[in-house]
Structures are given as structure tokens and as C-alpha cells.
Design a protein around this ligand. Structure first.
Ligand code: AMP
Length: 287
């Protein structure tokens, strides 16, 4: 497994592969890997000749009051995990390499960033779209894999790629969960044992809402009430948002769900903000 830190080296490596006719798959990450990340890598491994993974904690997607400084990092551990799934190249640039002095260009995706996390995290998706555009130009992948855990992020990247005519296929992958249903996340690391237990209210809300939906309930208000009720029952939880949204536009649904709906949650457990989601009308991912 090769580790590349410089953009020019990464581009040269990928250009050579392309000349050889090799297919490159790419998984962008912020490191502190878990099985969710590895599921993307395993799929990327299957679909291409060469698998590139980036490990870069991107400062431009963190707000001034967010957890950039304390975001968990352990490159040695990440490296061993990536070796187990056959990663060929790790692209791990420094912040200075990605955003040198004088940097001033950003990518803004408009409509699909407005609701959900876009309301609470100003500038977050501008940072995400910018870094992904940059990473695509460094790695030159044919396909890139993203988790549906960050459902809105997936839609933002799909939109950016389409609007900017980027020649990259975007693949959305199912949420990987712990045996108790909790969605895997690097941020779960912040939770103490009591908070970890309390954090189950997110998946409990999802399960309760899915159950109602499966029993025929289609009223948006009733479905949301069920999810909100479950989270409110957990005293350490504070709701940032719980919404039912259109699965493509991510606009809030009103009235009734016709076919499918994204149930998206962002909930604070103590000071840790957790997100989770499910698409009502689609199968639930197995734990
Ligand atoms: P991150 O390191 O948090 O930026 O995540 C890197 C990629 O892994 C993103 O595409 C995430 O959506 C994806 N990911 C994170 N957690 C999970 C999970 N539990 N299941 C599937 N994909 C995930």
C-alpha cells in the first residue's frame, strides 16, 4: 500500500494508471475508520483495478464552533485497517497542501444544501463540495463511493458532479450499523457509556417510524410525531432537527407521503451531534 502526500504525485500516479487503461475507484474519508468506511472500500475494491482512499480532516467543512481540533485521528490504526481491505493508495495531504496561502476558490451547491444539516451548519456543504471537487482533481477517479449515512452529502456531491460535468460515477452505499442498530460514526468515539446508550434513541425513532409507516400510516405529521416522541423520551437528547424530506430535492414533505420519504435526524447527545436517517418505503439495512 502506497502513501502519497503531494497533489502532484497523486495526479501523476493516477494519470499513469489511466494511460494503462486501469479503472480507479475512490473513497474520500476523514480517517478514524470503522466498518462503515471499510464497506465503501470493499465495494470500491470490487469495482475497479486500483482503489484510492483519502484521509484528510477537511477544515473548510467545520464551523468555527465545531469539533475540528478534537476530531479523532489515528493514522497508524487507519493504515492497518486499510491494508486489510486491499487499499492500493492512501492519499493523505496536509492542510497546507490542500489550502495553501492565498486559497480563495469554493464550490457552492444551491438548493439541495438548504434544508436539514444545511440549516444548522452554515458553510458545511460549501466545504464538503469544495474538498470533494479538489480531491476528484487530485485522484482522477472513474468512480467515487459515499455512504448514505451522510444522505445530504451524497445528494450534494451527485448534484455537483452533474452540474459541473465531472466525469466521475457516484455510488451511494447503505448505512453500516452496530449490532444494536446504532449507525457507525467516527463521532461515536466522543460518547461516554451512558451517552452511548442514550444515543440509541436515534435508531429507536427510526424503527418506530418505520413500523408506523409499514402499518399504513402516511400522514407526515403523525410519522414525525412518532419519531420526535421517541427522541424526546430520552432526557439527555436534544433535537437539532427531525424531518421528513423528499429523497431527491430534500425539501420538507407536507401532507402525506406518496411513495418514499427520507426521515432524517440530527440529535445532540450531551455535546455530541449525531445524525442518522432512513428512507421510508425502502428496505432497512441489516445490522
Ligand atoms: P467521514 O470520514 O465521516 O467523512 O466519512 C467518509 C465516508 O464514509 C462518507 O461517504 C460517509 O458517508 C461514509 N460513512 C460514514 N459512516 C458510515 C456508515 N455507518 N455506513 C456507511 N457509510 C458511512
Amino acid at each position: 500500500m502506497e502513501i502519497i502526500e503531494r497533489i502532484k504525485d497523486m495526479q501523476a500516479y493516477s494519470q499513469d494508471l489511466r494511460v494503462e487503461g486501469k479503472v480507479i475507484s475512490f473513497v474520500p474519508t476523514m480517517g478514524y475508520l470503522h466498518e462503515g468506511h471499510l464497506s465503501l472500500m470493499k465495494e470500491g475494491r470490487k469495482r475497479a483495478d486500483v482503489l484510492v482512499v483519502s484521509v484528510f480532516v477537511n477544515p473548510t467543512q467545520f464551523g468555527p464552533k465545531e469539533d475540528l481540533a478534537k476530531y479523532p485521528r489515528d493514522f497508524d490504526r487507519d493504515r492497518s485497517m486499510m491494508e486489510t481491505v486491499g487499499v492500493d493508495v492512501v492519499f493523505a495531504p496536509t492542510v497546507e497542501e490542500m489550502y495553501p496561502d492565498g486559497y480563495q476558490t469554493y464550490v457552492e451547491v444551491d438548493e439541495v444544501t438548504k434544508n436539514l444539516c444545511g440549516m444548522a451548519r452554515a458553510g458545511h456543504f460549501r466545504g464538503v463540495a469544495t474538498v470533494c471537487a479538489k480531491l476528484f482533481h487530485c485522484v482522477l477517479p472513474h468512480i467515487a463511493l459515499f455512504g448514505r449515512k451522510d444522505f445530504q452529502q451524497l445528494r450534494v456531491i451527485e448534484r455537483m458532479v452533474k452540474d459541473m460535468n465531472m466525469d466521475v460515477g457516484i455510488i451511494g452505499m447503505p448505512i453500516v450499523r452496530e449490532p444494536d442498530g446504532m449507525a457507525m460514526s467516527s463521532r461515536n468515539e466522543y460518547l461516554n457509556p451512558k451517552e452511548r446508550k442514550a444515543a440509541l434513541c436515534l435508531v429507536k425513532a427510526i424503527t418506530a417510524c418505520r413500523e408506523l409507516f409499514d402499518n399504513g400510516e402516511r400522514r407526515v405529521g403523525a410519522l414525525l410525531d412518532r419519531a420526535v416522541g421517541v427522541v424526546m423520551n430520552e432526557e439527555t437528547a436534544r433535537i437539532d432537527y427531525i424531518r421528513l424530506a423528499h429523497t431527491e430535492t430534500l425539501n420538507d414533505l407536507v401532507g402525506v407521503v406518496w411513495e418514499k420519504a427520507l426521515l432524517a435526524l440530527a440529535v445532540y447527545i450531551g455535546s455530541t451531534r449525531l445524525i442518522d436517517n432512513t428512507v421510508l418505503g425502502e428496505e432497512f439495512e441489516k445490522c
